[in-house]
Design a protein around this ligand. Structure first.
Ligand code: SAM
Length: 277
């Protein structure tokens, strides 16, 4: 931090600066350096290894797109798993679906879950839902050991560094496809279509070794590098091309996700569509 700004070196050529009013918490966990800040304009902010994970001002754009897209292409998701996502945002959105009887979250770092409970009650509120189960563990191992258990898996991990590397590899996608029932859907954040192009291409190729179909969709997250973010949708079996409008309406008010946004998210600009070829 310098001059009252938290700085993230987003790429070798680009920095993000967020004005901070107070550092609320800092700790070194066995996996990463965790910090929580009060910002002057973006609400509270969670950073891991100096990389912004969420701010209260825009977390909903990301969490809604990670959760509602796979949940609404699936005909009737009852059991869901979040891999990573220890802040609870994706879990919160998944639990808005009335079809869900059970939702698990497995994050390798229980310190993230603890910090989310203490500093981000509006994000982590799903932890208290009787349908939810929060597990401390490695998502790679958990997915491998639970074949045939889930209708939807949302992989909300940190960037492909340290324990998250394996979550973007073919071996993980093969276990995830086995952990899904058929039909099944997996969503995953895969990075910036501007700055992580080779990575997105390689990840799509790895996912294609395991799923019947792999699609990309995009959404806006202002504090992530470049603002426009890519999500991968891995499909096992056959799911709807669109989504279930009745169930979408039953979610109640959303701030980013809508029927039109869902459709538009798959209308890829040519420079993003290229990443699928
Ligand atoms: N939306 C965020 C982003 O893209 O910046 C990610 C948020 S969430 C806090 C990421 C979580 O993934 C972290 O809490 C981290 O502990 C967890 N994680 C990383 N590797 C993991 C693994 N192999 N298994 C389970 N959780 C993992």
């Amino acid at each position: 931090m310098s001059d009252g700004y938290f700085t993230e070196q987003q790429t070798p050529h680009l920095r993000l600066g967020v004005r901070i009013s107070r550092k609320l918490h800092e700790e070194s966990t066995p996996y990463q350096r965790l910090a929580v800040y009060e910002t002057t304009g973006l609400g509270r902010m969670l950073a891991l290894d100096e990389i912004v994970q969420l701010t209260e001002s825009d977390e909903w754009t990301y969490h809604e797109m990670m959760a509602h897209v796979p949940m609404l292409v699936h005909p009737c998701p009852r059991r869901a798993l979040v891999v990573g996502g220890g802040d609870g945002g994706v879990l919160r959105e998944i639990l808005r679906h009335r079809t869900v009887a059970h939702a698990e979250l497995v994050d390798i770092d229980e310190a993230v879950v603890r910090a989310a409970r203490e500093f981000f009650p509006g994000v982590s509120c799903g932890f208290a839902d009787p349908r939810a189960r929060v597990i401390a563990g490695d998502g790679i191992v958990h997915v491998r050991d639970h074949p045939g258990e889930y209708d939807v898996i949302a992989v909300d991990s940190t960037d492909p560094i340290g324990p998250a590397v394996g979550l973007f590899q073919a071996g993980f996608y093969r276990s995830a496809a086995k952990a899904l029932r058929s039909p099944g859907a997996l969503s995953q954040q895969v990075g910036s279509p501007f700055y992580n192009r080779d990575f997105v291409r390689e990840t799509v190729a790895a996912a294609r070794t395991a799923f019947d179909e792999v699609r990309l969709y995009t959404g806006v997250v202002p504090t992530y590098p470049g603002g426009l973010w890519c999500y991968l949708l891995g499909i096992k079996g056959t799911v709807a091309a669109g989504f279930d409008a009745g169930r979408a309406a039953a979610l109640g008010p959303t701030r980013y996700y809508s029927a039109e946004v869902h459709r538009q998210a798959f209308a890829l600009p040519p420079f993003v569509a290229e990443l699928l070829r």
